[in-house]
Design a protein around this ligand. Structure first.
Ligand code: HEC
Ligand code: HEC
Length: 478
């Protein structure tokens, strides 16, 4: 009987601890191209990756629920593998069974066996209760973030990851690679997570292998929760969708900082790399451009805002920061549009080019990366502002310029637009090596037509019903 019990235990332990041999098979097929066959983080795809894939031979893991310097628990590794690392090339892996993930973990551990040898004395970041954030906590958190805890040294005054310390030559991760502090206004880039507990865990345990150290000894528990509360208040509320409305106003805002802009509806454009045209950009660091606009009797104004850790004028060996706002040159009804990156031979793109290194904006006609023509006279005015890691660029143009080459912006029509942005600090260069958005639409909304006010009550009730239904659906999805 005793032996049968032992035998069962043996079988169970191999089932539950994961089978490293099977893990190796899965790893070599799915993970090695980035993490390397020997686990050194140097697979062939590593060159295109920022941040770099983890080197497992060192045994240092970033995202975990244990205190600084301790190895991760299996549950941490499961989470990293299943959910992936947002904003990096590390995908979330849903295709494997739970057993396969365990096998993978057993194999990962063989790259740095000694680190995982003694798992008895592991200290976790203890969370007993998650407090509720209120004004008092946010205020305390803000004071600490800017004061005693010095988060701003790295994360910047407005939390955009642009603190002064990050430009010191020694600001690297333990593997000697470039690293940037998280942009706290961009929750979609967080890799540990955006729940209060996740932020608290990062503050408490730090991120091993990076300059983000642990605050377990220097701040009280209450202080760490308060900072986590404050960090959450910095999150941008991203609004995505296919289109944006521009309303009619009597006079355009005066400049990019006119407080009037804050009252105008906006649309966030997720930015991605492009891998179709040379030179490619796989992992741009600029991940979002926010756009809004208004128009008058004869002019339209666009405001574009994005986070960029440094203003690059192009005078330090790196290219300058540049933005393109792009439209099809011919506005036709129907889905036909030029290629979204920089137009194509058949369909030309009409674009506004702003560079922080030059006065004014240029009007260009592009039919592909090597067929770009600058118009002699520009009809576009531009104003910009940069502070605390945020660019604001405002363009103004007449609805109709009188130039045959320029599309006319007609009230009441959905007009396609797309954006490219080039970050000089990352060596990104025009016309294609940068971050690019898909096509979206703006519409110059006709001033409220009278019929909205005389909608029959039945129609009103039906649309209210649809509204509630949609709202519920959306909430279910969240
Ligand atoms: C396309 C490239 C790519 C592939 C394929 C890939 N990874 Fe990763 N992985 C990364 C990158 C990049 C990081 C580092 C992210 C960071 O530093 O934030 C990473 C990080 C990790 C981490 C570290 C988490 C931590 O806390 O430090 C684990 C674990 C991991 N990957 C497991 C895997 C496994 C298992 C597979 C295969 C099933 C895999 N990865 C496939 C790119 C990849
Ligand atoms: C010495 C520089 C430095 C200081 C000081 C610093 N951080 Fe960080 N922080 C970093 C770096 C670097 C990263 C990014 C690590 C990475 O990408 O792997 C980071 C990442 C983070 C993240 C993102 C975690 C995720 O899920 O991706 C949070 C949240 C954070 N820090 C909060 C704070 C707070 C709050 C403070 C002050 C209490 C602080 N940091 C102080 C350098 C710093």
């Amino acid at each position: 009987m005793k032996y049968i019990g032992l035998f069962l235990l043996l079988i169970l332990s191999t089932v539950f601890a994961g089978n490293a041999e099977n893990g190796k098979k899965i790893y070599d097929q799915w993970c090695a191209q980035c993490h390397g066959y020997e686990g050194e983080g140097n697979g062939y795809a590593a060159d295109f990756s920022f941040p770099k894939p983890r080197d497992f031979t060192v045994g240092v893991y970033k995202f975990k629920s244990t205190v600084s310097g301790m190895p991760p628990l299996d549950e941490d590794l499961i989470r990293s593998i299943r959910e992936g690392m947002h904003w990096t090339t590390m995908p979330g892996w849903k295709r494997f069974s739970d057993k396969e993930v365990e096998d993978l973990i057993a194999y990962l551990k063989t790259f740095s066996e000694d680190v995982f040898e003694d798992m008895e004395d592991i200290e976790k970041v203890e969370i007993t209760t998650v407090p509720k954030c209120d004004e008092g906590k946010v205020k305390l958190g803000k004071d600490l973030y800017h004061g005693e805890a010095k988060c701003i040294d790295c994360h910047g005054h407005a939390g955009r990851g642009d603190g002064e310390k990050i430009w010191e030559p020694k600001f690297k991760d333990d593997w000697g690679n470039k690293i940037y502090p998280a942009n706290h206004t961009h929750p979609w880039e967080f890799r540990r997570g955006t729940d209060l507990k996740d932020i608290y865990t990062v503050i408490t345990g730090g991120i091993d292998g990076t300059p983000m150290t642990s605050y377990i000894d220097s701040l009280s528990d209450e202080q760490r929760w308060a900072i986590a509360c404050y960090v959450q208040t910095l999150f941008l509320k991203r609004k995505t969708g296919p289109s944006i409305r521009f309303v009619k106003v009597d006079a355009l805002p005066e400049d990019p900082n006119d407080p009037f802009w804050d009252t105008v509806d906006y649309l966030d454009l997720p930015m991605g790399g492009q891998v179709t045209l040379e030179k490619r950009q796989f992992t741009p660091v600029l991940t979002n451009v926010r756009i809004r606009g208004v128009y008058t009797q004869d002019k339209v104004a666009f405001l574009l805002e994005w986070s960029d850790r440094k203003l690059n004028k192009g005078d330090d060996g790196l290219p300058p920061d540049v933005l393109y706002l792009k439209f099809p040159q011919k506005l036709v009804d129907g889905p036909e549009k030029p290629h979204f990156i920089i137009g194509d031979r058949k369909r030309a793109m009409y674009l506004w080019r702003w560079s922080v290194a030059e006065e004014g904006a240029k009007e260009l006609i592009a039919k592909g990366p090597d067929r770009i023509k600058e118009q002699e006279k520009s009809d576009v005015e531009v104003f910009y502002h940069y502070k605390d890691g945020l660019y604001r660029v405002m363009f103004i143009r007449k609805l109709s310029t009188g130039d045959k080459e320029d599309p006319e912006f007609t009230v009441g029509k959905f007009i396609p637009f797309s954006v490219s942005v080039f970050d000089g600090q990352e060596g990104e260069t025009e016309p294609v090596t940068g971050a690019v958005s898909a096509w979206y639409y703006f519409i110059l909304e006709p001033p409220t037509p009278l019929k909205v006010y005389v909608l029959p009550p039945a129609v009103f009730l039906v649309s209210l019903g649809i509204g509630i239904f949609l709202h519920r659906k959306l909430r279910e999805q969240l």
